[in-house]
Design a protein around this ligand. Structure first.
Ligand code: DUC
Ligand code: ZN
Ligand code: ZN
Length: 468
């Protein structure tokens, strides 16, 4: 036979067009796209279905240490399983450098966690929290050369925040090496100050998490991050943008010709600050940073997606269990929002939310959906042969039923968390099957792939990371 597998008669969509055709797959790659292909070991009929590039989620946290006594709800097995059910074929989790750690040790640890446990492909970003001379001078440059071509820095959080001098030093190394820097932009001192004042006033319920980091905290840090990157002349990605003011800082930088990219996430489209306002401690289920804002902010994030201010849409999956000693309300947490770990699960619901709220409701086109959820992630982060449906590309394919209606329910999800912040949202359009390199991982809603099928993907130097 010509092919191992033919996917017949589906509607294929890429970042630039959609059309009906058959896909011929051999040895894990797409080798033909055409009409009436024949000669395969197996033919899958995709009539009435959408055939999309598997999602790439370039912002997820898996098995990441998150504070004393706190354990993330997902390991690599459960996170990649949930990701596969959510239509994803590749994830890019973080490897967190804690103070004093060498990057080599950090990478070794995360590879050990991932090795043999992943259902889908994965690549890694580093989080740099301790930019010592040896990290900047030797470790980072050596790692770039080895396929670790992007990393994240934080402007807030104890033990992670870099001051402006450190930010500049890191950006300088990124410029030399051609790496892409993701920035978590919130003003650390402002958050510390506001948190202290709120606690002093006895305002410690989860709801006050939002009040401890209002929009100016994010806007100011976004502006500062852009200014620092401009000083060094190095491209950056501002991650998890939550509101209009931060979005407009990015847009203004783009209009000025700077290479500043932006990312937003499902929580900023469908949640608001009032979700944290639930009785008792239940608001903790929605605590993430930046926090969800208001309806006007949701509209601004849609606008950013529609107009290309944001080039990627990621989950920021960062799961903690609610009913768990090691979760959202880990011991200290009972006293103040300050101790609630920041982050929510979303690896499985990212694509259905954007499809249903975006494509089905007419806010974005199907082609924009593909660009925002797969193609741009591959291009921006240097993943070659991924993120599109084209001859020569890996056969990473999600088959969607665009008419399947089902609400998001915790009971139907596959992650390790014990709740979803998106419970009850009505969704039209779900992925039903998922292939990675030509192999079914999920088939008609059933897990058929074994853990360990997912591969590690080193990445090329991102083109976008070239300075002006
Ligand atoms: N930043 C993230 O990217 N994820 C979760 C928490 C945070 O602050
Ligand atoms: Zn962050
Ligand atoms: Zn994150």
């Amino acid at each position: 036979p010509n092919f191992d597998l033919i996917i017949r008669n589906g509607t294929i969509a890429t970042a630039s067009e959609s059309y009906k055709a058959d896909i011929g797959i051999r040895d894990g790659r797409i080798v033909a796209i055409g009409e009436a292909l024949t000669g395969a070991d197996e033919v899958v009929d995709a009539t009435g279905k959408l055939v999309l590039p598997g999602g790439i989620d370039s912002h997820v946290h898996i098995s990441q240490p998150s504070g004393p006594g706190i354990v993330m709800a997902d390991d690599f097995e459960s996170a990649t399983r949930a990701a596969a059910f959510g239509g994803n074929s590749t994830v890019m989790p973080y490897c967190l450098q804690q103070k004093g750690e060498s990057l080599r040790t950090v990478l070794k640890d995360y590879h050990a966690l991932a090795q043999g446990n992943c259902h889908i492909d994965h690549s890694f970003h580093l989080i740099i929290s301790d930019p010592t001379e040896s990290v900047l001078g030797q470790e980072l440059p050596a790692l770039f050369a080895n396929g670790y071509t992007s990393f994240k820095v934080f402007m807030t959080y104890e033990g992670m925040a870099l001051d402006d001098y450190e930010m500049l030093s890191v950006l300088e190394v990124a410029r030399e090496a051609g790496a892409l820097v993701q920035i978590h932009a919130e003003n650390y001192d402002a958050i510390r100050f506001l948190t202290d004042r709120l606690e002093r006033a006895g305002k410690t319920a989860p709801h006050f998490h939002g009040r401890s980091r209002p929009i100016p905290v994010e806007r100011e840090a976004t502006h500062r991050a852009i200014s620092l990157a401009e000083l060094i002349d190095v491209p950056i990605m501002i991650v998890h943008v939550s509101n209009r003011e931060a979005m407009e800082e990015i847009r203004r930088a783009q209009m000025r010709g700077l290479k500043v990219m932006g990312e937003t996430c499902p929580q900023y489209l469908v949640l608001t600050e009032s979700d944290m306002d639930r009785p008792g401690t239940e608001g903790a289920k929605y605590v993430c940073s930046p926090p969800p804002r208001d309806h006007a902010s949701q509209e601004a994030c849609w606008e950013g997606l529609q107009r290309g201010v944001f080039s990627v849409f990621s989950s920021d999956h960062c799961p903690f269990r609610y009913e768990d000693e090691a979760g959202k309300l880990a011991p200290k947490g009972r006293s103040s929002f300050r101790w609630v770990p920041n982050g929510i699960p979303g690896i499985e619901t990212r694509l259905p939310i954007l499809f249903s709220e975006g494509v089905v409701k007419g806010r974005i086109s199907l082609e924009q959906f593909v660009a925002l959820t797969a193609t741009n992630h591959a291009k921006i982060y240097g993943l070659s042969g991924k993120g599109s449906i084209a001859v020569g590309y890996d056969a990473d394919i999600a088959i969607w039923d665009p008419e399947l209606k089902r609400p998001i329910q915790q009971a139907g999800l596959h992650h390790g968390a014990d709740y979803t912040p998106f419970e009850g949202i009505e969704i039209t359009g779900w992925p039903v099957s998922l292939l990675v390199r030509g192999n079914f991982i999920v088939r008609e809603g059933e897990l058929v792939g074994a853990k360990g099928e997912g591969r590690y993907l080193p990445r090329a130097k991102p083109f976008q990371s070239r300075p002006l």
